[in-house]
Design a protein around this ligand. Structure first.
Ligand code: ATP
Ligand code: MG
Ligand code: FE
Length: 337
């Protein structure tokens, strides 16, 4: 089975070929970060234009590296949502054109299902499992009792973790995307500045990061007004510890309550060194739970993860028609049976 994955939901134009749902044959990612940096965030119109310029080039490169022809493809998997509508449309239309021209089955994939399935490129998934999804737009705990079946048991009520990182970075005048910069500073400082942790209700697996973000901004502004300077390393370390405390504590609580066999980390914030270390420390002593942390290249947006998820949907008989549309608000549980 040869699946082509296509991903254009945000600022990466990505195409990959994955064999049998597990083996990466080619994985090309063209990033636009340089074009968005000076605006401090992704500009949707610029993103769409870049995707249009890069789409066919990246498809050709992925095919060339895989050394196969279109007639070898079993299916084309494409991110249909969530994401920026104009960006998604470029990938969806490219996938539809290829599917129509070469008479290949088409499978629409949820972007976050893709982030979770990045883990299948590393190891066998063991059910029931829990995935901690932490990305630029999402912070969720997703329970899976079997392949292709997703239950969101907790999610952020305001900002996503990555969004909070990027906003805090902006307050510290660090470049976009700020997550890696805060992470680096945090390794150099001590968490000496008291910041809030939003635990919410006792029995809730939901998250909230906007209060923490505001607390960081207020801390910086109040110091400025007093003519003092906050040590950025200490602030980054304090912020990071606050985020990680809540993420890891809630993930551990859910993993035990749902008696899962595996915990999978997913999404761009999974690149965070502090988070990776804290999860290892928490889950490694637990013999009954297997922790999987993908390498950085599979945490951030890529198309191999879309092909991996698409492979499972294909095997389940799920197909999209040629009227497939981009859906910025797509629900991850859409194909639960
Ligand atoms: P979504 O997947 O929710 O649609 P997205 O695709 O834009 O959003 P990703 O590409 O998965 O998000 O992740 C990007 C986010 O990850 C950014 O907010 C970035 O700051 C954050 N990030 C990347 N590396 C790190 C790090 N080392 N520490 C913290 N955050 C990080
Ligand atoms: Mg991205
Ligand atoms: Fe993503």
């Amino acid at each position: 089975q040869w699946i082509m994955g296509i991903e254009t939901s945000c600022d990466e134009t990505a195409v990959a070929i994955v064999k049998n749902g597990k083996e990466i044959v080619s994985n090309i990612v063209s990033s636009q970060i340089e074009s968005h940096k000076r605006f401090g965030g992704v500009v949707p119109e610029i993103a769409s234009r870049h995707h249009v310029e890069q789409m066919t080039i990246v498809i050709e490169e992925a095919m060339k590296e895989a050394d196969i022809t279109f007639s070898d493809l079993t299916a084309i998997a494409v991110t249909e949502g969530p994401g920026l509508v104009g960006a998604l449309l470029v990938g969806v239309n490219a996938a539809k054109a290829l599917a129509f021209a070469h008479n290949i089955p088409l499978v629409g994939v949820h972007h976050i299902a893709g982030h979770i399935y990045a883990n299948r490129l590393l190891t066998e998934m063991k059910f029931p499992l829990l995935s901690l999804v932490v990305s630029g737009g999402h912070t969720e705990l997703v329970y899976m009792k079997e392949h292709g079946h997703f239950e969101v048991i907790g999610e952020t009520r305001d900002d996503a973790a990555g969004e909070a990182y990027d906003k805090v970075a902006r307050t510290l005048n660090l470049p976009y995307p700020g997550g890696p910069h805060i992470d680096r500073l945090a390794q150099l400082g001590e968490p000496t500045i008291p910041l809030p942790r939003a635990w919410l209700e006792e029995d809730s697996y939901d998250f909230s990061f906007s209060g923490l973000k505001s607390a960081v901004i207020n801390t910086v502004h109040n110091a400025e007004q007093r003519g003092e300077k906050i040590e950025p390393e200490a602030l980054a370390a304090s912020f990071q510890q606050s985020v990680i405390d809540v993420l890891v504590t809630k993930a551990a609580k859910a993993a035990k309550a749902y008696k899962v066999n595996q915990v999978l980390l997913a999404g761009g914030v999974a690149a965070n060194k502090g988070l990776r270390a804290a999860l290892q420390e928490t889950f490694e002593p637990l013999e009954e739970i297997d922790l999987v942390i993908p390498p950085l290249s599979l945490c951030t947006d890529n198309a191999a993860m879309i092909a991996a998820a698409g492979s499972i949907y294909y095997d389940k008989g799920i197909r999209s028609q040629l009227n497939l549309n981009a859906n910025p608000g797509l629900d991850i549980s859409i194909h639960n049976s």
